[in-house]
Design a protein around this ligand. Sequence first.
Ligand code: SF4
Length: 204
Amino acid sequence: MSDILISLSALQHYAFCPRQCALIHNEQVWSENWLTAQGQQLHQRVDSGVPETRKGIRYERAVRVSAPKLGLVGKLDLIEVDIKTGICFPVEYKRGKPKQDHIDLIQLCAQVLCLEEMLKLSINHVAMWYWQTKHRIEVVLTQSLRDETLTIIEKTRMLLESGMTPKAKYEKKCDACSLYDLCNPKLMFKDKSKVYVNMLFQEG
Ligand code: SF4
């Protein structure tokens, strides 16, 4: 295991696009579009809440986690703790609506892996709260989701250790990427300058 501590957000970035992850975490490039701005606004609201107890449940907000064995650090939006049983129930706040892919779940599963390492307990249920649709979805953490998350953690670690940035390749998801203008995936894809320069130096 290396000494690199991976932030939970890097896993989400990697799951979305490895190049985006490298641009943000290897090259320290960051750009804000309206999607990230809305997300930050939502998290400022969530983070500002103070701990409280209602009907036997303690609500802890903006909880910092660190799991040295996994090599992860980050912050959880909310943990609901059953005062009697000690059962923890992490809740992640999301700006949009439920997605087809697993990206949000991978981030939440990584949060659970951190909590399990820190608190030496097992957590089987988590929840997402979606701002746009204003509803909460509860999810059972399956072994396959845990395995997928561990694979993403390993791949992210390899990417960050390499210090490399993968090449751009335009896909539909690029249209929602906060780094679109900096990455310019369509231009990179069509960029034949390398071929042209190579041709200039070819003999006869
Ligand atoms: S624009 Fe596309 S290729 Fe570039 S970082 Fe974003 S998602 Fe990745």
